[in-house]
Design a protein around this ligand. Structure first.
Ligand SMILES: [Ca+2]
Ligand SMILES: [Ca+2]
Ligand SMILES: [Ca+2]
Length: 438
């Protein structure tokens, strides 16, 4: 190397070294040499953690020269230790975090309505020693300490008193039997957030949130609260899949006190019920070119099929296929005279015949299959009949025209009615019925 090149090399090396020193001196680059913790500050050194917006938090700041497991805790006069952060792995760098007097060491307490978990709470008034501690990968531990005073602390933990879920097993499928659960509790104080959600223990990260009930009191206000949860089937959404869940209720106040309760909840046969009149086809007896001609006192007869195209059983009830009506009767008069269960049962499905001067009332209704097409279940001591998913029921019946229909009656048609919920198929396979004079 000649002398000129050596000088150039030395000059460049010196410049690089000086730059390094300069950067290190300005704090932009720490060479990792020196104490693990530096720039440690907890300010202010007294707080009033009560969420009134005045001196509610203190700012904790520290810098780390090397990777370490960092703990931040507080000790009271008796030497009891309360962790805010426990052995969190941190890379070299600058850290800042606000502390509002809370301790995050979950613990369970027993109540007369079951266990409650306190997730975090605010420390009571007093003088505490703060400790910021770092343990390096080589096992060496460093800590810095100081004191902080708490006063006017809000230590009242929110409580979801009498948290209750009834029933524990439900079938959200809009058949009006165990379609929803009632969730109720009494909230003891105003809180910042309340959340209710389901988790599947096998996939605890997936949460199904339960929407707030539109009530007189907001969910965050103290008082009695009640939710009606239909697993969102009432909002035309698919419910969480059938299975065993944990229903979680959480409340957190503005000061940082937080509580959590859990209850078991099972969903079975959940889903939006779906059925249809097969191919939209009704076979009308004596039909010729969409017209049925008859004399007064003749019978208008039909046969049709209903298929359950959904994933949940659908409920039905009599009158059973084969039942004859007089035109002057309807399902309510049959219910009054023959079988009271033939009135309209909310949530059950029936096939109905309608004519155009009734509006949408479907005065003549039948079960969506005969009992051989259906499955009987004994629920609360009562027989209930279900058309299972994928199954088809046959419906037939007659209406004897014992008196002339109202003036202006022209069209007759069929419909599939999810009673109290919706007319699922309407005006199906319409015909004109002409009633002649003998
Ligand atoms: Ca305050
Ligand atoms: Ca149900
Ligand atoms: Ca037809």
């Amino acid at each position: 190397m000649n002398r000129h090149r050596l000088c150039t090399w030395l000059a460049r090396a010196s410049l690089a070294f000086l730059t390094l020193l300069f950067l290190a001196g300005c704090g932009q680059l720490d060479l990792g040499i020196g104490p693990l913790l530096y720039n440690v500050l907890v300010s202010p050194d007294s707080i009033t953690p009560n969420a009134d917006g005045v001196q509610d938090v203190t700012e904790i700041q520290y810098s780390l020269r090397r990777t370490a497991a960092v703990s931040i805790y507080f000790e009271n006069a008796a030497g009891e230790r309360f962790y805010f952060r426990q052995e969190r792995r941190r890379s070299p760098g600058d850290y800042r975090v606000n502390w509002g007097g809370t301790v995050e060491e979950p613990r369970f307490i027993e109540t007369d309505y079951g266990p409650q978990e306190i997730l975090s709470w605010v420390l009571p008034d007093g003088s505490y020693t703060w400790v910021i501690e770092g343990q390096e990968e080589n096992g060496e531990t460093s800590r810095l300490t100081g004191t902080i005073t708490l006063s006017k602390a809000d230590t009242e933990v929110p409580e979801l008193h009498n948290f209750d879920v009834v029933p524990q097993i439900f079938t959200p499928n809009q058949d009006s039997i165990d379609d929803y659960v009632s969730i109720s509790y009494f909230l003891n104080k105003e809180v910042d957030t309340v959340s209710l959600y389901l988790i599947d223990p096998a996939e605890p990260n997936v949460r199904f949130y339960i929407a707030e009930a539109p009530g007189l009191v907001k969910p965050t206000e103290p008082g009695y609260h009640r939710y009606r949860y239909e697993a969102d089937v009432d909002r035309n959404a698919e419910p969480p899949p059938d299975g065993d869940y944990v229903l979680v209720g959480e409340a957190r106040d503005a000061a940082g006190n937080a509580v959590r309760v859990e209850r078991a909840l099972t969903i079975t046969e959940g889903g939006k019920p779906r059925a249809e009149i097969a191919q939209g086809e009704i076979v009308w007896e004596g039909e010729a070119g969409r017209v049925v001609t008859m004399m007064l006192n003749d019978k208008l007869c039909f046969t049709t099929h209903i298929t359950n195209v959904g994933t949940v059983p659908i409920r039905t009830h009599g009158p059973w296929p084969g039942q004859e009506y007089l035109f002057s009767q309807n399902y309510n008069t049959l219910a009054a005279n023959i079988d009271p269960s033939w009135g309209q049962q909310h949530g059950a499905w029936r096939f109905g015949i309608n004519f155009d001067t009734t509006g949408v009332d479907f005065p003549f209704r039948w079960a969506i299959g005969s009992q051989k097409d259906l499955e009987m279940r004994l629920i609360d001591g009562k027989e209930q009949w279900y058309l299972l998913p994928g199954k088809t029921g046959e419906v037939s019946g007659c209406i004897q025209i014992d008196q002339p229909p109202p003036l202006g009656t022209v069209f007759w048609g069929g419909g599939l009615i999810h009673q109290g919920v919706a007319v699922v198929n309407n005006d199906v396979d319409r015909i004109t019925v002409e009633i002649g004079v003998p």
